[in-house]
Design a protein around this ligand. Structure first.
Ligand code: HEC
Length: 220
């Protein structure tokens, strides 16, 4: 009896293996990642928008960003579903619900649903988190920042509608998953200019390590 149960267990494990259940997860597709990153950034933006410390003008900017994110989310989702060959899914319906909640100004419901979606479609961050700091990453991060980011991000310009954030601050204060998502999806500002993320995961991890563990270049 016991032996038979053991045999069934073995068979179950074999089946899991064959179905891919115990395989190391494959790297996330580009469109899958895009979708996951959007959910995470939108969730962060809803939270920023609701935070009492957020300046009114910035809140207005976040509201506009959410409106535009919601308008193209359907396209991002459809692209992902097409690629996966998934036909019947509640995902598009859920996006519809998000839009309705946004329109009705129900930020609490919006936040809750976005959190559920961000958990259901997690970003594959294995190349970035947990954050490992090495001298090489600090060096690469510093060089990249000076070359490609500093010109805009050195003077964050608070009080604008779309301020370029102080990355040394946000890297330390935002939840790590959220900041990683912003580094993947938000570099160069918005969706239209960042369809293709220009940075590799290794470069992102290097920048992240640099922002958390070093100082901005001296402006003097
Ligand atoms: C041409 C100016 C410019 C350059 C160059 C630039 N940024 Fe930005 N960045 C901005 C502005 C402006 C925003 C705010 C845009 C917004 O809120 O829509 C921003 C936003 C961001 C954000 C937050 C995105 C979000 O979703 O809130 C991150 C992260 C970021 N930049 C990282 C970088 C990194 C890393 C580099 C260099 C590799 C870089 N940026 C280069 C102007 C720039």
């Amino acid at each position: 009896m016991l032996q038979r149960r053991f045999a069934w267990t073995l068979l179950g494990i074999a089946a899991l293996f064959l179905s891919g259940g115990l395989h190391p997860a494959r790297a996330q597709s580009e469109s899958g990642r895009r979708l996951s990153v959007e959910f995470e950034i939108m969730l962060g933006n809803v939270r920023w928008m609701l935070a009492p410390t957020t300046a009114p003008l910035e809140r207005k900017g976040l509201h506009a960003r959410l409106a535009s994110a919601l308008s193209y989310l359907g396209i991002t989702a459809r692209r992902y579903l097409d690629e996966q060959g998934i036909v019947n899914t509640g995902l598009l319906r859920q996006i519809h619900t998000l839009r309705a909640e946004f329109k009705a100004g129900d930020s609490t419901a919006l936040e809750m649903h976005l959190q559920n979606l961000a958990e259901a479609y997690p970003i594959d961050l294995r190349g970035i988190l947990p954050l490992i700091v090495t001298p090489k990453r600090l060096r690469v991060g510093r060089r990249l920042y000076r070359k490609d980011c500093w010109s805009c991000h050195a003077y964050p310009g608070n009080g604008r509608e779309y301020p370029a954030p102080d990355l040394f601050r946000t890297a330390r204060t935002e939840p790590r998953r959220e900041f990683a998502a912003r580094l993947i999806g938000g570099v160069y500002g918005n969706f239209y200019t960042s369809m293709e993320n220009p940075l590799s995961d290794e470069q992102i991890a290097s920048l992240f390590a640099y922002f958390v563990h070093d100082q901005p270049p001296s402006t003097r």
